[in-house]
Design a protein around this ligand. Structure first.
Ligand code: CO8
Length: 264
């Protein structure tokens, strides 16, 4: 593919948005390729995904302003839907996505990062929703996900002012989980992906669904969602072997082993 690289490593994969000449800005071609890559992930083989941007300067500097500049109302809405559909695919993918934010995460870039499960960033990263300075609203989920991730008040302040924030402030408001020197970011992201990939995949998948779906409903309905996904883990090979391993260890610490979860 011209703009999106996909590399499978040891039970995890790395997706790289690769349009560095435009700071990895998202045009229709990039969104189409990202859609294909995300749809094509073999979730039996791949248990976590790291998403990053090519180069040392930018994760994604937003939706492509040149492409958007001449859109009609209907085309603008369709472009918003195109981005929303791809980002929602990431958000609802059975595998966890880690955004490794290696620089600018502006507009659609911040929105892409927010569709991931976990965000970590370089100390050089810059986050923001600059859309109102361009005469538009955030249109790839920014008004919705930022308000849910940080707080409605903080989201509104960032969106209404179009102010960019640095990594330390992103950490303080909970937009990212950790900040690393740029040179260490990918190693840290891949280490995190590898740790997740070693755990029982059905359980991790059900945790993602439980958190995501539970946040959309009231607490009583949310707990029912949790109960069903908890129950769904039982009778799996991974549940039986994970628990048997704990019990073997109790009998005889020498029997300790790392469980090779099978995703079944
Ligand atoms: N779109 C298109 N091209 C871009 C974008 C972008 N978002 N960002 C950077 N580029 C291009 C530049 O035009 C430039 O290209 P060229 O070399 O051909 O002139 C190249 O990338 C390098 O950029 P700069 O020379 O500007 O690099 P600087 O280091 O000087 O500045 C900045 C970096 C600060 C990131 C600057 O490029 C910038 O401000 N970019 C725009 C950031 C922005 O406003 N992003 C939000 C866009 S709006 C959005 O994302 C809406 C999402 C929802 C869409 C809903 C659809 C309806």
């Amino acid at each position: 593919m011209a703009f999106v690289e996909y590399e499978v490593k040891d039970k995890y994969a790395v997706i790289t948005i690769n349009r560095p000449e435009a700071l990895n800005a998202l045009n229709s071609a990039v969104l189409d390729e990202l859609d294909k890559v995300v749809s094509g992930i073999d979730t039996n083989e791949v248990r976590a995904v790291v998403l990053t941007g090519a180069g040392e300067k930018s994760f994604v500097a937003g939706a492509d302003i040149g492409e958007m500049s001449t859109l009609s109302k209907a085309e603008g809405e369709a472009f918003g839907k195109k981005g929303n559909d791809v980002f929602r695919k990431i958000e609802t993918s059975p595998v966890p996505f880690i955004a490794a934010v290696n620089g600018f995460a502006l507009g659609g870039g911040n929105e892409l990062a927010m569709s991931c499960d976990i965000r970590i960033c370089a100390d050089s990263a810059l986050f923001g929703q600059p859309e109102v300075g361009l005469g538009i609203t955030p249109g790839f989920g920014g008004t919705q996900r930022l308000a849910r991730l940080v707080s409605p008040g903080m989201a509104k302040q960032l969106i209404y002012t179009a102010r960019n924030i640095k990594a330390d402030e992103a950490l303080r408001i909970g937009l990212v989980n950790a900040v690393y020197p740029l040179s260490e970011l990918m190693a840290e992201a891949e280490k995190l992906a590898a740790i997740i990939a070693k755990n029982a995949p059905i359980a991790v998948r059900n945790c993602k669904k439980a958190v995501n779906d539970g946040l959309q409903v009231n607490i009583d309905e949310a707990l029912v969602i949790e109960e069903k996904l908890f129950g769904d883990c039982f009778e799996s090979y991974d549940q039986k072997e994970g628990m048997a391993n704990f019990l073997r260890k109790k009998d005889d610490p020498a029997k300790v082993k790392i469980v090779d979860f099978q995703n079944k």
